[in-house]
Structure formats: structure tokens, C-alpha cells
Design a protein around this ligand. Structure first.
Ligand code: NAD
Ligand code: UGA
Length: 445
């Protein structure tokens, strides 16, 4: 691992894909002084981006896009080839969703590579930033069929909600390259970050990405399992986490109990890791356990709501009104992909319950109102309207504003003997009970 050097030349960069990773990469590289063309297949998205409208919730991104559009270092185009045609370095930032066998589906990567193959300049560098299994660097080389073009792996570790900060201040930059010079060429692009750079081979870089997400998912599953154990033995998970997290070898991060991990990456990447291992003859039983604990945690949250409603296992919930605060998979994002909140809501709806929900980033219409329904959920514009008449209120996403709710006002609008199911341990149990509401958190009395 080497420290970064601040001396670099501005490069001509192409970025394929204008989603969470592509748009952040394009905007931040332009911010660092490179000349960037970012392309997407979605014409409407490109039109909006050209007007400076940001299609995702990401702190600080709008400002950087506005500034780099204005000084001409960032432009948006339709079609991958337009990003490649004049670039020294082309980043592939397209989706790698879960395929039918649990492994990563490489059709977007291979499609994007095919689109840029003829457009690439002689000697260009292609960078695979999407999360892909071992062997994908070679697969991109095969599709490109351009011996003059080097392909390197450069996994991305940014989190949604803090993508800009994570990109500009990374813990490390990982580059996987068979050709050391190609790896150093990419390291040069990142030089203004002054980050630690690890240049390794492609298989190791690709493994690092899955191992990092797998390890973080493991930490969360571990603490969720400990929370379940705390409920069984009468311990308090807050104190247990404080007690173990202060051991520097363990650390405090990713030890927050919750409704189970979700989002666009942990669920698909954990399964892809199991599949990748199996493909090479290793039965990754530990990772399978991490996934099982997560599925179980999601079911446990539904069980808590059913218990709060007084329903037996498997019994119908017709007539029950449940308020849900938070639909996104975590706070700070508008991303609903594989959200534990939605898993829980779908299960409640399937049992006949009525669900009324509020999320600060979901369902806004152009006229300022909320969309009326989302998958059978009634969406409303504030937490109090969600709570009105409900028997149970679920805190499903840890939006900071939910921690400041006027609990007495919430209690006065809910049904008699109402209960808050706090899947994020966001509220103070004593304050909830003092407001006259029942309380059920995760692993705490
Ligand atoms: P996303 O769905 O937000 O964005 C992908 C974009 O690529 C879309 O706008 C899509 O229209 C576009 N696209 C697809 N095919 C294209 C093509 N041929 N040409 C041009 N554009 C094309 O996806 P994302 O969340 O940015 O994830 C991209 C990759 O990065 C995935 O492999 C993911 O696992 C990985 N990753 C994501 C995150 C994250 O926080 N979201 C973090 C690290 C790594
Ligand atoms: C995650 C990783 O943190 C990033 O490093 C990685 O780049 C990214 O996946 C990716 O590959 O896409 P992200 O999906 O944005 O980032 O979300 P996280 O902040 O990691 O949270 C993942 C899930 O775990 C969320 O559902 C969150 O609520 C849950 N979580 C996280 C907990 O329940 N407890 C915790 O202590 C931490």
C-alpha cells in the first residue's frame, strides 16, 4: 500500500453509467480537475443531469455537479460510446444485479464493454468499477477484443448517503491490474486524493470488494443475533455493544442492531460471494449463516408487529392499521432497493393489515403532495398522519427527525394501548412509555 502523490496531470475521463457510483465518480473526478464525460442509456436521466437536476438523494452531489457543469469539466451524454470516444480512461459503473443462480449478472458490464469497444482510443485504459466476480476483468478484455487497451479492476467502497465524502476521502483505493504500469496510470488519476493505494492483481481486487461487503454484513448479522440472544436472556444490547465495541480489535462501527441489512449491495453481494466460492469448490457456510441470520431478523421484525397487534403466529391481520415511519433501506438515501422496511410491509399487507407510511424521501409529487399509494401502502406527508388511529407504529428507518418526535402528540393520535416497534433502537424506551405507549425495540428492555 502506498501513500498518494499530489502531482498529477488532468486526464480525459469517460464514465459509463450515471447511477449512485457513476454519477458520484464522474462529478468527483471533474471536481478534482479531470475532464469528464458521463454517459447513461437513460435519455431522461441525461436530460435532467444536463439541467443540473440530481436524480438521487446524495449529500453534496448537487453542488459539485452544478460547479463542474458550469466550469465545463463535466458533461453528460446518451450512450456508452460517447463517454469512450475521446477518453484516456473509461470507468464502467453499470449495474451487476443478482442473476437467477445467485451470482452476479454480467450482462450490463458485457453490454457496456461491447458498446465502447470500437470507440476507444488506441492505448486507452478501461476500469471496471462495478462489483464483479473474479474473472470479470478478463471477461471485459474478451468482449473488447482490443489488445492495445488495458483493463483494470477498481472496486468502489462508497456508501449511499455519504457517497461524495466517501469518494473524496477513501480509506483506500484498490486497483487490480495484471500490468503494473496500467495500475499506476489509474493511481495517477486518484493522486489528488492523497489516498492510500493498493495495487494488486485483478482476482485479489475483485475478492477484496466481496470480502469487504461480506465482512460488514457479517458484523451486522452478528449483532442482530446477539440482540436476539439479549432478548432471550434479559440482557441489554446497547450495553453489550458498548462493552464489546470499546475493544479496539472489535470496534464500534457496523454494530448497530436493526431490522436486518438491505440495500442494493449487501443482499446481492453476499449471495454472489457464496456463489463465487461454490464455483471454485469452496462451501462458504459462514456466509450462508450470515444471510440466514439476516432473513431471520427480517421475520423477527414482522413477528414483533404481530405480537404488538395481539395476533398469533400465522393469524390474519384484517382490520389492523399499522403506521410505518421510514421505507428506505437506511437513512440518508431515497433508495428502496431490498429495503427491510418494505419486506416487513409486504408481509403485513399479505396478512390483511392496512399500512400507512411516511418517509421523508419517498413518494413526493411535483405538486408537493405524496403519491397516494406505493405497492398498496398509503403514503402520507408526515409522521402524525401516519400514526392517526394506528395500533402499532414501526420505526423502520433511522431518520434523525424520527428521534425528535413529540411522543405525547403521537400517543394522542394513536389508538388505545398503542405500541411503538422500534426496529432501529432510535427512541428512548423510557420516554416512549412515559408518553403512555408500549415499546418494543431490538435486544433491549
Ligand atoms: P445504479 O442502478 O444506481 O446505476 C447504474 C446506471 O447505469 C443506471 O443509470 C443505468 O441506466 C446505467 N446503465 C446501464 N447500462 C448502461 C450502458 N450500457 N451504458 C450506459 N449506462 C448504462 O447502480 P449503482 O448503485 O451505481 O451500482 C453500479 C455498480 O456499482 C454495481 O455493480 C454495484 O454493485 C456497485 N456499487 C454500488 C454502490 C452503491 O452504493 N450503490 C457502492 C459500491 C459499488
Ligand atoms: C455498503 C457498504 O457500506 C459500502 O462500503 C459499499 O460500497 C456498498 O455497500 C456497496 O457495495 O454498494 P450501503 O449499501 O450504502 O453501503 O449501506 P451501508 O451503510 O453499508 O448499510 C447497509 C445495510 O446495513 C443497511 O440496511 C443498514 O441499515 C444496515 N446496517 C448498517 C445496520 O443495520 N447496522 C449497522 O451498524 C450498519
Amino acid at each position: 500500500m502506498t501513500g498518494g502523490s499530489a502531482t498529477t496531470q488532468a486526464s480525459k475521463i469517460g464514465v459509463v453509467g450515471a447511477g449512485y457510483v457513476g454519477l458520484t465518480t464522474a462529478a468527483c473526478l471533474a471536481h478534482l480537475g479531470h475532464q469528464v464525460v458521463c454517459a447513461d442509456v437513460d435519455t431522461e436521466r441525461v436530460d435532467r443531469l444536463r439541467r443540473g437536476e440530481i436524480p438521487i438523494v446524495e449529500e453534496g452531489l448537487a453542488e459539485i455537479v452544478a460547479a463542474t457543469l458550469a466550469n465545463g469539466t463535466l458533461t453528460f451524454e446518451v450512450g456508452a460510446a460517447r463517454a469512450a470516444v475521446d477518453a484516456d480512461v473509461v470507468f464502467l459503473c453499470v449495474p451487476t444485479p443478482q442473476g437467477p443462480d445467485g451470482g452476479a449478472d454480467l450482462r450490463y458490464i458485457e453490454g457496456a464493454a461491447a458498446e465502447i469497444a470500437d470507440a476507444l482510443r488506441p492505448g486507452a485504459l478501461v476500469v471496471n468499477k462495478s462489483t464483479v466476480p473474479v474473472g470479470s476483468t478478463r471477461a471485459v478484455e474478451d468482449v473488447l477484443h482490443r489488445p492495445d487497451v488495458a483493463v483494470v479492476s477498481n472496486p468502489e467502497f462508497l456508501r449511499e448517503g455519504t457517497a461524495v465524502g466517501d469518494f473524496l476521502h477513501p480509506d483506500r483505493v484498490v486497483i487490480g491490474a495484471d500490468d503494473r504500469a496500467a495500475g499506476e496510470r489509474l493511481a495517477d488519476v486518484y493522486a489528488p486524493l492523497n489516498a492510500s493505494v493498493l495495487i494488486t492483481d485483478p482476482a485479489s481486487a475483485e475478492t477484496i470488494k466481496y470480502a469487504a461487503n461480506g465482512f460488514l454484513a457479517m458484523k451486522v448479522s452478528f449483532v442482530n443475533a446477539i440482540a436476539a440472544m439479549c432478548e432471550a436472556v434479559g440482557a441489554n444490547v446497547d450495553d453489550v455493544v458498548e462493552g464489546i465495541g470499546s475493544d479496539q480489535r472489535i470496534g464500534r462501527s457496523f454494530l448497530k442492531p436493526g431490522p436486518g441489512w438491505g440495500g442494493s449491495c449487501f443482499p446481492k453481494d453476499s449471495k454472489a460471494l457464496v456463489k463465487l466460492a461454490a464455483d471454485y469448490g469452496y462451501d462458504f457456510t459462514m456466509m450462508k449463516g450470515v444471510i440466514d441470520v439476516n432473513d431471520e431478523q427480517r421475520r423477527r421484525m414482522v413477528g414483533k408487529v404481530r405480537t404488538a397487534l395481539g395476533a398469533g403466529p400465522g393469524g390474519g391481520l384484517r382490520g389492523a392499521l399499522v403506521a410505518v415511519l421510514g421505507l428506505t433501506f437506511k437513512a440518508g438515501t431515497d433508495d428502496l432497493r431490498d429495503s427491510p422496511s418494505l419486506t416487513m410491509v409486504r408481509s403485513l399487507l399479505a396478512s390483511g393489515a392496512t399500512v400507512r407510511a411516511f418517509d421523508p424521501t419517498v413518494g413526493d409529487r411535483a405538486d408537493g403532495a405524496k403519491a397516494v399509494t406505493l405497492e398498496g401502502i398509503e403514503l402520507v406527508g408526515d409522521p402524525f398522519r401516519a400514526a392517526r388511529g394506528a395500533r402499532v407504529l414501526v420505526i423502520a428507518t433511522e431518520w434523525p427527525e424520527f428521534a425528535k418526535l413529540d411522543l405525547a402528540a403521537i400517543a394522542s393520535t394513536m389508538a388505545d394501548d398503542a405500541v411503538i416497534v422500534d426496529t432501529r433502537n432510535l427512541l428512548d424506551p423510557a420516554a416512549v412509555r412515559a408518553a403512555g405507549l408500549g415499546y418494543d425495540g431490538v435486544g433491549r428492555p
